[in-house]
Structures are given as C-alpha cells and as structure tokens.
Design a protein around this ligand. Structure first.
Ligand code: PMP
Length: 351
C-alpha cells in the first residue's frame, strides 16, 4: 500500500491472469490455441512495410471493422474493436453499467467482471448457477443496471442456444445484455443474428482463442448502432488508437482464411471429446464443454495436489482457489500429443 495511491486504487483487487511461464511447459492454463494462426498472417507480417509504423493508425479501424462486419453479416457501424476483448469489456462496463443499480452476473463466470465492477464502483449481484452448472437465465431480473455472462460460460464450458438468449432478451428490454462469446467458435451458438431484433444486445468476441492470436490483442463487440456509438464515446475519451496498424493488418489476414479457422477449431473440438472420454475413464467428472477447455474434478484426489503434481511433471493447468471451484481443474485443450502427456501424468497421479 503506497501513500501515493488514490483511495480508489487502494480499493482495487486486480485480475490475476494465468501464469505465462518462462520455462518450457505443456501450457494448458490460459485457453490459448495450440495451433498457429492462418498462414496468411505470417505472410502479411513478413511483407508489412515498417515505414507504415511512422504514422498513427486509423482511429476508426475501418478496414478491420469492415472485415469483421463482412464475417458476421452486419453493418460496419455495428462493429467496435479494441485491444483484446478485455479492453472492449472494460469500456462496455463504463459505457453501459454505471447506473447506480447492481449489475447482474452468474456467481461463477469470467473472473474479470467483478474486477471491472470494483474499478468503476459498480455494485455486483451474483446469481447461482443451476444444478447442472449452467448459467440460470431465468434468474436475471430487470431491476439491474445490466446483465453480463460468458456464453459458453467460463470456466464451466456450457453454452446456451440462441433461442434461450432470445427468450431472455424478450424479458430484459430496458438494459444492456452483454453476451461474451470468447469461446463460441468451439461448439457454441452465437447470438449475433439477434442484434437486429434487440437494440440492447451487445456480443463481444476475440481473436485470442479460435484465431490463435492471443499475443496480438484483438477483440470486438457487435451490437446496435447506438450501443457501438456508446462504446466509441468512451474509447475516444480514453485512447484514440487502441488497434495498431500491424494488428489490424494481421487480424484481417486471419479473417480471410476460413478453411484454416474451421480446421483448427474442428481439431480442438475432436481433441476435447477424446480428452473428456479419457478423463472420465480415469474417474474424473468432466462438465460438458462447448469451449476450448474442460472443467474436471476427481472424487478421490484433491485438485490443488493434482495441480502441483502436474506442474512437477511440466504440465500447467489452472486451479481457482475459490470455494465454488476449489475441487476442479480447468484444463485448456492442446494438441493430441499434449493431451496424451496430460493423461499419462494423471495415470500416475490418480493411481
Ligand atoms: N472473456 C472470457 C470469458 C475470457 O475467458 C477471456 C480470456 N481470458 C476474455 C474474455 C478476454 O480475452 P482477450 O482479452 O484475449 O480477447
């Protein structure tokens, strides 16, 4: 605690991201994609003229937004881009949820949301998941400042279908409903086709997972023109140029290669199902997942000890030390070889 910190900074509890280890480990802790980005990304990187970096990038990121609009079948005015979807989320909290009423979110969801609540002084109302560890859409109420959840949810992996989201939106017309689709490309159903019907729906997405570009920091939001304008107002009061020229060029190259995108996500989904089967055979309970990770617990083995045992064998997974998640490990889906190593390690640890 420093005397120089403002009272607001003293009250913060910053988000702790998964470890980025310096030594070479099998890294299954931050839901990165095990496959490289589209070959066109590397080609564009090599041919990018360094002289372009002399100039500021386009503050509106029109080229990238146009490519995203094309990809999602929406107008460019319905697309916002940011430096990772974390930044887009942060701007959305400020733009839409600072109303003096609590923001509703599931009790178990992306743990950055409560951090933003503290940053912006937003009261948070947490709602229990249902008995199957799914987000309980019926529990959200209309007397809040807004609603946020990840779909598929993190770290549980369950995703609701579009019809269920539409039913929720029919009920919550007066507030922003933010659906975080960071993991939707691994078997979820996107709510983007609903944005024409619901001006209060904001969907966020990222290049970090299904596009293998976590290091580039590109995220986006899709919603009605009025919501996108709200985000732009906050962005232009904070940072005019969140997307650098190189990131924009590489993001566009990634969007151009649908075959690579589909092949990588298919591989991740196939490996996930294989991993689920093998973990189940070892006695794990694995929650059904539509994401590039699984949440698993073992009735006989302590998750914290398993975490340490894996780490000693060069494998890094995620263990959340909260009362609800203490028994679980969250395991990102890597290559088949990486998952074989994980299973071999568990075979020794769970004997
Ligand atoms: N939403 C969810 C649910 C996530 O798990 C993550 C990744 N930690 C993000 C958003 C942020 O991803 P990024 O900033 O890399 O786009």
């Amino acid at each position: 605690m420093s005397q120089f910190w403002s009272p607001a900074v003293r009250g913060l509890t910053p988000y702790v991201p998964g470890e980025q280890p310096r030594e070479k480990l099998i890294k299954l802790n931050t839901n990165e994609n095990p496959y490289p980005p589209a070959p066109g990304v590397e080609a564009r990187l090599r041919e990018f003229p360094a002289d372009h970096l002399r100039r500021y990038p386009d503050p509106q990121s029109l080229a990238l937004r146009t490519a995203l609009a094309h990809e999602h079948g929406v107008e460019v005015e319905q697309v916002f881009v940011g430096n990772g979807s974390d930044e887009v989320l942060a701007l959305a909290f400020q733009a839409f949820f600072c109303h003096g009423r609590p923001l509703e979110m599931p009790e178990i969801t992306y743990s950055f949301y409560p951090v933003y609540c503290r940053l912006y002084g937003i009261e948070q109302r947490s709602l229990a998941l249902d008995a199957q560890w799914r987000v309980d859409l019926d529990a959200f109420s209309s007397d809040s400042s807004g609603t946020i959840f990840a779909n598929p949810n993190a770290p549980t992996g369950h995703g609701h279908g579009r019809q269920a989201i539409a039913t929720l939106l029919d009920r919550l017309g007066g507030q922003v409903v933010l659906v975080d689709e960071a993991y939707v490309d691994f078997g979820g159903e996107s709510a983007v086709p609903l944005i024409g019907r619901y001006p209060n729906l904001l969907v966020t997405g990222t290049f970090s997972k299904s596009r293998s570009l976590a290091g580039l920091r590109l995220g986006y939001a899709i919603g009605s023109r009025e919501l996108i304008e709200g985000l732009e107002r906050v962005k232009d009061s904070f940072n005019s140029y969140p997307i650098d020229s190189l990131a924009s060029a590489l993001g566009i190259a990634a969007l151009e290669d649908k075959a690579h995108f589909d092949a990588c996500r298919e591989r991740v989904m196939t490996t996930r199902e294989r991993t689920v089967r093998r973990l189940s055979e070892l006695g794990f309970e694995v929650l059904p997942s539509q994401a590039n990770f699984v949440l698993a617990r073992h009735a006989q083995h302590d998750a914290a000890q398993l975490f340490v045992g894996l780490r000693e064998r060069g494998i890094l997974v995620r263990h959340f030390n909260t009362s609800a998640l203490r028994d679980f490990l969250r395991i990102s889906i890597g290559t088949d070889d990486e998952m074989d190593s994980l299973i071999e390690a568990f075979e020794l640890l769970c004997r």
